[in-house]
Design a protein around this ligand. Structure first.
Ligand SMILES: [Zn+2]
Length: 83
């Protein structure tokens, strides 16, 4: 399903919660990624921790895009509460 969310629908509420959790995770990782770090290389190469943050931001963004597009949580048991 794509388009408007129906907040009386358990599936759509779960979808909305998942979208919010991913947005929060992206925000958290972005804050971490912008912190000053002595382990990151001055040439801009991130340390392992910050490289992980950047990779996760991309992963979370793709997951969020998939949820928005209705690819995820469109049917069946997702294992998420409220299903
Ligand atoms: Zn770093």
């Amino acid at each position: 399903m794509s388009g408007n969310l129906n907040l009386t629908s358990r599936r759509d509420r779960t979808r909305l919660n998942l979208m919010q959790a991913l947005e929060d995770a992206i925000y958290f990782r972005r804050l971490r990624a912008t912190e000053a770090c002595l382990d990151c290389d001055p040439d801009g190469t991130p340390c392992d921790d910050h490289a992980c943050d950047l990779r996760l931001i991309g992963d979370y963004r793709r997951s969020l895009d998939a949820v928005i597009a209705g690819v995820v949580v469109t049917g069946g048991d997702t294992g998420l509460p409220g299903q």
